[in-house]
Ligand binder design. Structure first.
Ligand SMILES: [Zn+2]
Length: 390
């Protein structure tokens, strides 16, 4: 995942993200801080002398600071805590969609401090890169410096921000990262949007500190991300959307590939809105279909409950095969998980051994800024870990 690096322009003195042990110290404090020096040393198996040597440049660069004091029960005296200064660095994260790009400014801990968006009609790579550059200019207004940009995109990507294919924009072979860097002068990383979404949860969200967790996203497509032993599980086919055709309902509708009742055929926004529209004989949006179900309309309720049961079966498969400690559910279609909560629960129960502990679910808001925030995290990771993720 970390091959093919391109040097980044880092202005921080005396520390480059490439220093292996030093970046582990920065990372430990970034994700789990504030914490005492002895705790950092214990977690990373470092001697006090080594930790001092590694943390000094980080403190001098302003990335880490000594904050407050806490009484350490083991030694019975107050100890200084190390922490990052979240506002010391800012990153831009973006979600690129068909006809729209949404951007956020986030600090070093992925707290969103500003957001803005642009719509575009011309989907040519040049025009889209121009829109992105305009959005960057708006977002960085008044801020001293943006360290890096992360762009999340639904598609197949190669290294150095090269988009191999993005069907929603009709793109093939677009060097998007380079085009954005040329226009903005800011190091840019382009990543699959589901990876970006998952990496937020991994470092700063529901998956922080867990050994295993999974992400399922609902919307125009069905996404699945898995983190095991602190690494996202992926290969170069990740952007295809591998869980999209997972079989869920033997009596469900047929997808474009001829599968009956696969995830795409029963769980997507379109699948649900079409089924309710057909039952009621009038065209309905996904939001309208879900609202009708929530209000108890019989046909919408049945469609949404059937989809909810299928979602439960998908979650059961995820839980049975990969044993996550939690599953995060997000994406613009996430209301299915709430409105059909009982059906989801029943679907999960049906496919799991009765002796198991239920897997806690974390349901996100479905707001698009969550995707953009994930892209910012990819930029943060690139900065802190000194890697180009793709
Ligand atoms: Zn299918």
């Amino acid at each position: 995942m970390a091959s093919g690096r391109k040097p980044m322009r880092i202005t921080t003195p005396k520390w480059t993200p490439g220093d292996g042990a030093m970046r582990m110290v920065a990372l430990e404090v970034l994700i789990h801080g504030p914490m005492s020096r002895s705790e950092v040393a214990r977690r990373l198996d470092l001697s006090p002398g080594s930790l001092t040597r590694l943390s000094t440049p980080l403190l001098e660069s302003g990335l880490l600071v000594d904050v407050g004091e806490q009484v350490d029960r083991r030694v019975g005296r107050p100890v200084q805590l190390l922490d990052v200064v979240p506002a010391s660095r800012h990153f831009i994260g973006m979600k690129l969609m068909a006809g729209e790009v949404l951007g956020v400014v986030a600090d070093l801990r992925a707290n969103v401090v500003a957001s803005a968006g642009r719509t575009f009609k011309d989907r040519s790579p040049e025009a889209v890169a121009d829109s992105i550059a305009e959005l960057v200019a708006e977002l960085r207004g008044g801020r001293p410096e943006i360290t890096a940009i992360g762009v999340g995109i639904g598609g197949l990507l190669e290294e150095h921000g090269f988009v191999r294919s993005a069907p929603f924009l009709d793109w093939t072979d677009v060097p998007l990262g380079m085009m954005i860097e040329q226009r903005t002068g800011i190091p840019t990383v382009v990543e699959n949007d589901l990876v970006a979404f998952t990496e937020y949860e991994h470092w700063f969200g529901a998956g922080r500190g867990l050994d295993r967790f999974a992400v399922v996203t609902l919307g125009a497509g069905i996404g699945y991300g898995l983190v095991i032993h602190d690494e996202i599980v992926r290969n170069d086919e990740f952007g295809i959307g591998l869980v999209g055709h997972w079989p869920l309902d033997p009596y469900g509708p047929v997808c474009s590939e001829g599968h009956r009742g696969c995830a795409k055929a029963v769980l997507t926004d379109t699948a649900i809105s079409q089924a309710v529209s057909q039952a009621l004989g009038r065209p309905l949006t996904y939001a309208a279909a879900i609202n009708l179900a929530a209000g108890g309309e019989a046909a919408a309720r049945r469609v949404v409950d059937d989809a909810g049961r299928s979602l439960g079966r998908l979650l059961a498969a995820v839980a049975n095969l990969t044993m996550p400690e939690t599953v995060v559910i997000g994406g613009e279609g996430v209301r299915l998980a709430e409105v059909a909560a009982e059906a989801v629960e029943a679907g999960m129960r049906a496919d799991r051994d009765p002796r198991i502990r239920p897997v806690p679910l974390t349901i996100r808001s479905g707001d698009n800024t969550e995707w953009a925030r994930g892209a910012a995290v990819v930029a943060i990771q690139t900065y802190v870990l000194g890697r180009r993720t793709i």
